[in-house]
Design a binder for this molecule. Structure first.
Ligand SMILES: [Zn+2]
Ligand SMILES: [Zn+2]
Length: 408
């Protein structure tokens, strides 16, 4: 029997709208044909700055201020959701709006652990003229799942429960300590698939709240399920805890709104879509797992706007109660397109994922050394990823014995 698997999409991402180091580097002089992980500080270096690292000036300041309030609320240190924004420099109303939006986007994509209660935000500004804002106050509006009894507050007991659920991710990440990035990513995928199923009811209501957040993934309750945002945030957070370089991205998947991830393994970026490893057979209405179907994928047409991923025809066995099913899942081409928020947050080189899927092999370096401030490496002749990675070893004249780079 052939079945078509419905791709899961979440139209209308719940964005907070504007009114709108390091593992030790082997110090020996020898190049390490490393197996396992690049030093953390080197993993994302070739891709440049991402997310909040790209913010400067007022946008960076608004980001820092808002993050602090979100962190305090998430940690139970405050319940009030309104605060006065300190304006660090003269801004017009449109600049205020623009910088604030940049700040909030970076916060939502980078800190799901501090924004799990947040539905949307409002900014009210006082100004003499549109070119001169005098003051600005922010209201971070909680979702219905976390609203307090008084206006502009969160419910501290509910916040505590949400944060406690997210904290369970620490134990999961700890189980994979010492494994390679690839093994960690596979493990996190298995864990999330086992913890949650797709929430078909939530997507019909589009109310926001827990089905779009991490607490309903990590709470251990099989009745609480999530949509794509919950999956993508949970995967990102496990990666963050486990030292795997990973990012949350949004846009369209085959035409519908969606959130998924980019992960870096051995110096290359790949697409990961955990939502779609939890399959659903429309004919029999059965939830089924399709392990690794959308794990570390590349696309031949990949560029900074997106890519098309090809999934191979695959036999999947699935047990439902006492019955066993075997499916052949058809091969499919799935198109992913980033939205503007995502393209503004990340570098083009990060967004341009690998041209081919990740394959397990021993990297073999070839050609000239590539050099940055701290390291030299060769690229793998099979996959183009990073091979033969090591820190410089400078001789008496300050020249690296291996790659010839000069000490700065
Ligand atoms: Zn390779
Ligand atoms: Zn060197």
């Amino acid at each position: 029997m052939k079945v078509k698997i419905r791709k899961k999409i979440c139209s209308g991402l719940v964005a907070a709208a504007m009114m709108l180091t390091a593992l030790p580097v082997n110090a020996s002089a020898e190049m390490i044909e490393y197996s396992g992980n690049l030093p953390y500080s080197a993993k994302s270096a070739p891709f440049g700055k991402q997310g909040s690292e790209r913010l400067t000036g007022a946008a960076k300041s608004y980001f820092d201020q808002t993050l602090q309030v979100c962190k305090d609320i998430s940690e139970g240190k405050r319940t009030g959701t309104e605060f006065e924004l300190t304006l660090t420099k003269k801004v017009s109303t449109s600049q205020l709006s623009e910088y604030w939006q940049e700040a909030v986007n970076a916060l939502l994509y980078e800190y799901p652990e501090y924004s799990f209660w947040l539905l949307e935000s409002e900014i009210s500004a006082g100004y003499y003229s549109e070119s001169r804002v005098v003051n600005a106050s922010i209201n971070l509006i909680p979702s219905g799942d976390y609203k307090g009894s008084k206006a502009n507050t969160v419910d501290s007991a509910k916040i505590k429960a949400g944060a406690a659920s997210i904290a369970k991710a620490d134990k999961i990440a700890a189980k994979y300590e010492g494994k390679s990035d690839y093994e960690k990513i596979k493990g996190y995928c298995d864990e999330i698939s086992a913890l949650t199923d797709y929430n078909h009811e939530a997507i019909a209501s589009m109310e926001g709240g827990n089905p779009w957040q991490m607490p309903w993934v990590f709470d251990g309750d099989p009745k609480t399920n999530v949509v794509c945002e919950g999956y993508a945030k949970a995967f990102y957070y496990l990666c963050k805890k486990g030292g795997v370089e990973c990012f949350i991205v949004t846009g369209n998947m085959s035409g519908g709104g969606h959130m998924w991830n980019i992960a870096i393994v051995d110096g290359k970026s790949y697409l990961v879509d955990i939502t779609n490893t939890d399959g659903f057979d429309e004919n029999f209405e059965i939830e089924m797992d399709m392990p690794y179907m959308f794990l570390l994928k590349g696309g031949a047409d990949s560029n900074e706007y997106g890519c098309t991923v090809t999934t191979p025809e695959k036999k999947v066995s699935w047990k439902e109660g006492s019955r066993s099913y075997t499916y052949t899942v058809s091969s499919s081409n799935v198109n992913y397109k980033y939205d503007e928020n995502t393209r503004a947050l990340y570098s083009k080189s990060l967004l341009t994922v690998s041209k081919s899927d990740y394959t397990v092999h021993t990297h073999k370096g070839e050609g000239e050394y590539k050099v940055n401030g701290s390291y030299h490496w060769k690229n793998c002749k099979t996959c183009g990823g990073v091979a033969s990675f090591a820190s410089h070893k400078f001789d008496g004249k300050g020249v690296c014995e291996k790659c010839g780079a000069k000490k700065k």
